[in-house]
Design a protein around this ligand. Structure first.
Ligand code: FHN
Length: 587
């Protein structure tokens, strides 16, 4: 079993550099927003097995309860979703502004949600419905202009004796090649030949398959449909784009192409008792944040066993769609923020010579953006392009940093996100590195740090978090820009996946301005941010730092004592400290 955070393992192939070769990703990058659909037999128990609520996500019920195949299979005889309406589901995606749709053709339970000659355990042959919903969706996607894509669990399969991870029915060592030969390849062939052009295959959970197996699956897909994309969770660096962990929003800018996959409540597959619906405002902001980081946003619905989309899901998706209909210009076809850091007021996307400032709350009348070097030729609200917003650009006297000042008196803030378009004289250029915000905070994200010394084991993952910090000689170093010196509270910010333990207790040391702050990484506060339920950000207070002069600030973070990881290690995480960064707040 692999060790290490799934998201930090290499997921993406090195791209050939010619534009033509990159072209297959073009539609996907432009789309920015897709609909994920988790639908399978698990919608019937809906989180309840033999009268008991089963904790965890709905589609994992068979695994969570180690339900024998003999007891789970009969669910198929009860699957008759009379209310399934492919036209309505594709219409919902369109109303939401989603440009592609990814449906679970086969999830880990092993049941094919389409007509499969390769396995009788499929929705046409094994259910009283005798119907292929993927054929309906394919037709509707074509008719309504949405890209059709399939999720396929290439590794975990709790039904096939040699599929990944059913050890309660099949305790003997697995012959993965046999499983691939008997089920995966024949089913992929069906999916790629029966439904017309497929936008992408969303492979998932590459836990047991080898690099050779992953590479062969990729070749197989590309042979049948050369333009079909392959998700990063095929594993072993064979994907066309990367996927952070579920519901994870990484800090700062990302390198390469990514797709943030997320739930509307907590579960993916329908679960009767999961009512933890995320507010629509948060979904819009997450979409914007994804786009600002060169990531698509794939947002999930889990239809029930009758085929109905839960009303709270549909309501929220339509609300996102209403926002997008007015503001879509700042999302579709955009490129990421030119800045490497996140802003406390919102997020930035770009398109050619336009920067879109997305305000998540009413901004102050005198708004300041630091570090933009390109000349601004005009600024206006996206929804009121004739309302010119006065702006000036100057250099900060003490540091020489470019500072843009916008007068937002004429901006009407409309929740959840209001966009201001900045027209530039050329392609956006910015001062690299962290810059103190007008509110006085300076956030030093690990993704903007330098790792040392030469030969360090410590690395920065593609998601901008530390990985492999096992040596006390390694360090992170930043050069930030301070415009307003003074006294600051210094905090180290760490994170962890919510179901996995937090790696804390290590002794950290911050060196800056000739001062040294040494403290254990204790759980002092939890920072508020949108995905905090899944990846809490924990602040550990280090002490106070006095910065006497405006200008560059060099700060180094060391770990003087690193505790050994707990014996009970979770599946994914390498359990070395996951550092998000260091935060300086004026006292
Ligand atoms: O195990 C699956 C899970 O059921 C769900 O399909 C998600 C979607 O990203 N992927 C896996 C966990 O990461």
């Amino acid at each position: 079993m692999p060790r290490g955070d799934l998201s930090t393992l290499r997921q993406v192939r090195r791209q050939p550099s010619s534009a033509a070769a990159r072209d297959p990703l073009r539609w996907w990058r432009d789309a920015r927003f897709g609909l994920f659909i988790h639908w399978g037999l698990y919608a019937l128990p809906a989180g309840i097995w033999r009268g008991e609520r089963v904790p965890g996500i709905g589609e994992w019920l068979m695994y969570s309860r180690k339900i024998p195949v003999a007891d789970y299979e009969p669910l198929a005889a009860r699957f008759h979703p009379r209310h399934f309406n492919a036209a309505a589901i594709v219409r919902l995606a369109k109303d939401a502004g989603q440009r592609y749709l990814v449906i679970t053709a086969k999830h880990h339970e092993g049941f094919a949600m389409y007509r499969s000659a390769a396995s009788p355990y499929n929705v046409v042959d094994a259910t009283p419905w005798h119907h292929d919903p993927l054929a309906d969706l394919a037709r509707e996607c074509r008719r309504q202009g949405v890209k059709l894509c399939f999720y396929y669990s290439q590794d975990l399969d709790w039904h096939h004796p040699d599929g990944g991870w059913n050890t309660w029915d099949y305790p003997k060592p697995k012959d993965t090649d046999r499983y691939l030969r008997e089920k995966v390849y024949p089913q992929l062939r069906e999916l790629l030949t029966q439904y017309g052009p497929v936008g992408l295959i969303w492979f998932d959970t590459p836990i047991t398959i080898t690099v050779a197996q992953a590479a062969a699956i990729r070749r197989f897909v590309k042979r049948l449909q050369p333009r079909c994309l392959v998700s990063g969770r095929i594993g072993h660096g064979q994907g066309d784009y990367g996927i952070p962990r579920d519901n994870q929003m990484p800090p700062g800018r990302l390198r390469g192409d990514w797709e943030v996959c997320a739930t509307l409540n907590h579960t993916w597959g329908f679960k009767r008792h999961d009512h933890a619906w995320k507010p629509a405002a948060r979904l819009v902001r997450t979409l914007v944040e994804s786009a600002s980081k060169n990531a698509n946003y794939l947002l999930n619905i889990g239809p029930d066993a009758d085929g109905r989309v839960p009303t709270p899901s549909a309501t929220r998706l339509r609300a996102v769609g209403r926002w997008l209909r007015a503001n879509g210009e700042s999302v579709y076809g955009t490129t990421p923020s030119p800045f490497g850091h996140d802003f406390p007021w919102g997020r930035i996307t770009a398109k050619g010579r336009v920067l879109y400032l997305h305000f998540f709350a009413r901004p102050p009348r005198r708004f300041e953006l630091r570090g933009l070097r390109t000349r601004v030729t005009g600024a206006a609200p996206l929804l009121a392009p004739r309302t010119a917003l006065p702006c000036t650009q100057a250099e900060d006297a003490a540091t020489g940093l470019p500072v843009l000042r916008l007068d937002l008196a004429r901006l009407r803030f409309r929740a959840p996100v209001t966009v201001v378009a900045l027209r530039l004289a050329g392609a956006p250029a910015v001062t690299p590195g962290p810059i103190q915000e007008p509110d006085g905070t300076l956030t030093l994200l690990a993704s903007e740090a330098r790792v040392g010394p030469r030969g360090a084991k410590l690395r920065l993952s593609p998601l901008g978090l530390t990985t492999g910090w096992t040596r006390t000689t390694d360090w992170l170093e930043w050069q930030g820009a301070v415009l307003a010196p003074g006294e600051f509270t210094v905090e180290v910010v760490t994170t962890h996946q919510h179901l996995e333990p937090w790696s804390g207790g290590h002794t950290a040391r911050v060196e800056a301005c000739g001062q040294s702050l040494r403290h254990a990484l204790t759980r002092d506060a939890e920072l508020e941010y949108m995905q905090a339920a899944y990846f809490p950000r924990i602040a550990s207070r280090m002490g106070r730092l006095r910065v006497d002069r405006a200008g560059p600030l060099k700060l180094r973070l060391h770990l003087d004592k690193i505790l050994p990881p707990p014996k009970e290690r979770p599946l994914w995480d390498d359990l070395t400290p996951l550092i998000v960064g260091v935060r300086l707040r004026p006292v």
